[in-house]
Each structure stands twice: as structure tokens, then as C-alpha cells.
Ligand binder design. Structure first.
Ligand code: PMP
Length: 394
């Protein structure tokens, strides 16, 4: 049996390509904005995680350019050795202060932050208990621990309590959830998660990739939104969404951050965030603190789009955030909807099996603060047209 048999037998992508419906790795030929150029044609971007639309903000760009001028383009080493810059330290202090924790540590991606933090925190004979719908990077972190992983049904408190009560009280336990779920756009039931975790002597970690910049005072995230910052031991954030950059962080107590700095392999054995990325985050953070109207506009756009979809009769699930799923049906129908919408000038993301149950495939829309109401209405018109044509809407 050849090692590469699985490669030669892999036909999934090719089948969709042959239908002319392949939706992945699309090439964008322009700046990342509410409109982008694909195949020479302008399309409305409804699939970007740049919730605040800061990737083109002049202050963010200028900060990145100035950082390159001062520090160069890369760090050529990990934070542990030669890769720590003064702007890394400044950014860590600002982020810790922003989310309300004592300290923070930067990682080069959000994926690495989750993977790198969970792995060394959960030791042999200890447990990590995760919501079934958490992000893939959390699952990767769990796989790397020496402890055991248990999964509870999505936002189901009875299921969480069942798992926690099955473990001896004195065993170390870490409950990990997403603040905002990246496919469903719903919020973790943090008040109850924290309450149940306390009852069973478990610590809580929140991946707030989609919550920071969106929920809470000035975008401080879902823990702030619920007033539970002190009850959550670790807050994870990423810079690839509201912060218009690349990288991630963990914020926690001084002791936990110091422990991670000396035990987290994704941190110690990987090069640090580039100066341009760090500077872009610093500039975005300033804008977040000083321009609350951006978040207000994000919410106004979000409400307009969600209400419009619901008025059309489309099912947007339990979404309460700028991530809005629209229930379509089969994987094939989702691929068709994506292609038809693109032809109509609207880019949306497909979410198909195995990410969702068969027959429950969705398109996922992501709203930005910089969308105009005209753009939102244009998208609604095109979504109505396409879903009617396909028979999703009758
Ligand atoms: N957590 C969640 C919930 C995410 O959605 C993502 C990105 N899709 C990540 C972590 C990983 O972040 P990054 O893109 O910075 O690696």
C-alpha cells in the first residue's frame, strides 16, 4: 500500500471543480475592503472577519509601515530568544489592560495561541472539557495535552454538568469555550458555564477571537459583556479579525503567563509576530478605544442584515453577532448559492459537511462596520433572488 494512495484517492475537491462550483482559495486581486476584485470583477465582500474594517485605515497602515522602517520586516527568532521587541512588550501590556487581566503573551497566530496555551496547562490525569463546536485550534491544543479531553453538547449546561460531575473533584479541570461561535454566530452561555465550573472546581478559558472588537465596552469582548472577566482564568484573542493584522494572545494572571512563557512550545519554538503586525494591532487598539461609533455602525449593519434575512423567511439560527449563518440545505446547494451570489456580485462563505450535519449546510455572512446600508440592501436583494431561484425560499 503506497503512502500516497489516500492522496490519489482524494476526489472531493475535483468533483466540485468539475461542476464549476469550487468555492475555495478564491484569488482577490485588490485591497481588502467591503468591495474586492475577483476575476477582474468588483464584488461585495460579505465573508471577511475584519469586523471593524480597519485593514485599510490610514493610521493602521501608517503604523505598520513605520514599524518596518524602524525594526525591519521580521524578527528572525522566537520571543524566547532574539525575537522580543519593545513593541511586543508594549502591546502585551496594552492588551492585558484592555481585556482586564494582569498580563498577556503574544503568539504569531490565534491558532498557535490556543494550541500553545492548552497543551502545557492540562497535565497527566487532568481534564480539558470543551464545547463540541469550539474552534479547530482548541481541539488541536487538547490533542497535544497529556490529559483527557471530554466534549459537551453545544451550549448545553446539562451536558457540561454531566461531564464535570463524572470527574473526581480534586482532578485539575479546564473548561474551554468560544465566546462567539465562529459558524453559528451565537454566544457562549458564560454566566452558567462559570457557575457550573465553580461548582466542580474547574477553571474556564474563553476563545474570544470573534468577540473582541465586537462585544463589551469599546469591544473588550464577551467576558466584559457578561461582567465575568474575573471569573474566567484565560482569555484568548486573535488579531486576524477586528485588529486587522495577524497574530494572537492569551491574557491571564502574571503567574499563568509566566508559566506559558516557559512551557508553551508554539511560543518558544516559533518566530515572533512581525513588527508590522504588532504595530498594526497597537494602532487598531487605539482606534477601538477612541472611535466607539465604529462598533455602533457594525451593530446597526448587523441588525439590518439579520432582520432583512429573517423578513425574507430565511433561517439565521441562533446568531446574535455579526456572524450570520443562513440555512440552505445540501452541500451542493450551498456551493450553487455561493457561485450564483458571486456571479451577482456578492461574496459569501460556504460551510458544509463535516463542519455541519449532512443536509444542514449554510452560507455564512460576516458584517463589517464599513459596509453601507446600500451594500447591505444590495446583498439582501441578491440573496432573495438566488435563494428563490434555487427553491430554498418559496
Ligand atoms: N479561534 C477562533 C474561534 C477562530 O475563528 C479562529 C480563526 N478562524 C482562530 C481561533 C484562529 O485564529 P487565527 O486566524 O489568528 O490563527
Amino acid at each position: 500500500m503506497s503512502l500516497f494512495n489516500k492522496v490519489y484517492n482524494f476526489k472531493d475537491a475535483e468533483q466540485v471543480r468539475q461542476l464549476g462550483l469550487y468555492p475555495y482559495f478564491r484569488v482577490i486581486e485588490s485591497e481588502q475592503n467591503t468591495e474586492v476584485i475577483i476575476n477582474g470583477k468588483k464584488v461585495l465582500m460579505l465573508g471577511s472577519n475584519s469586523y471593524l474594517g480597519l485593514t485599510n485605515h490610514p493610521k493602521v497602515k501608517e503604523a505598520a509601515i513605520n514599524a518596518i522602517k524602524k525594526y525591519g520586516t521580521g524578527c528572525a527568532g522566537s520571543r524566547f530568544l532574539n525575537g522580543t521587541l519593545d513593541i511586543h512588550i508594549e502591546l502585551e501590556e496594552e492588551l492585558a489592560d484592555f481585556v482586564g487581566k494582569e498580563a498577556a503573551i503574544l503568539y504569531s497566530t490565534g491558532f498557535q495561541a490556543n494550541q500553545g496555551a492548552i497543551a502545557p496547562l492540562v497535565g497527566r490525569n487532568e481534564y480539558v472539557i470543551i464545547d463540541k463546536l469550539v474552534h479547530a485550534s482548541i481541539i488541536e491544543g487538547c490533542r497535544l495535552t497529556l490529559g483527557k479531553m471530554l466534549r459537551f453538547n453545544h451550549n448545553d449546561m446539562e451536558s457540561l454538568e454531566n461531564k464535570l460531575s463524572s470527574i473526581e473533584l480534586e482532578r485539575g479541570k479546564l473548561v474551554v469555550v468560544d465566546g462567539v461561535y465562529s459558524m453559528e454566530g451565537d454566544l457562549a452561555d458564560l454566566p452558567n458555564i462559570v457557575k457550573i465550573a465553580k461548582k466542580y472546581n474547574a477553571e474556564v478559558m474563553v476563545d474570544d477571537a470573534h468577540g473582541i472588537g465586537v462585544f463589551g465596552t469599546n469591544g473588550r469582548g464577551t467576558c466584559d459583556h457578561f461582567g465575568l472577566t474575573d471569573d474566567v482564568a484565560l482569555i484568548m484573542g486573535t488579531f486576524s479579525k477586528s485588529f486587522a493584522s495577524l497574530g494572537g494572545f492569551i491574557a491571564s494572571s502574571k503567574e499563568i503567563i509566566d508559566y506559558l512563557k516557559h512551557s508553551s512550545r508554539a511560543l518558544i519554538f516559533s518566530a515572533s509576530m512581525s513588527p508590522a503586525n504588532a504595530a498594526a494591532v497597537k494602532a487598531s487598539l487605539e482606534i477601538l478605544k477612541n472611535e466607539p461609533e465604529r462598533i455602533e455602525k457594525l451593530w446597526a449593519n448587523t441588525h439590518r442584515l439579520r432582520k432583512g434575512l429573517q423578513e425574507l423567511g430565511l433561517d439565521t439560527g441562533n446568531s446574535v453577532s455579526p456572524i450570520i449563518p443562513v440555512q440552505i440545505g445540501t452541500d451542493l446547494d450551498v456551493f450553487k448559492v455561493c457561485m450564483m451570489l458571486l456571479n451577482e456580485g456578492v461574496f459569501v462563505n460556504p460551510v458544509v459537511t463535516p463542519a455541519v450535519e449532512p443536509g444542514k449546510a449554510i452560507i455564512r455572512l460576516s458584517v463589517m462596520a464599513t459596509h453601507t446600508f446600500e451594500q447591505i440592501d444590495f446583498a439582501l436583494e441578491k440573496i432573495e433572488k438566488v435563494t428563490k431561484q434555487l427553491g430554498v425560499l418559496v
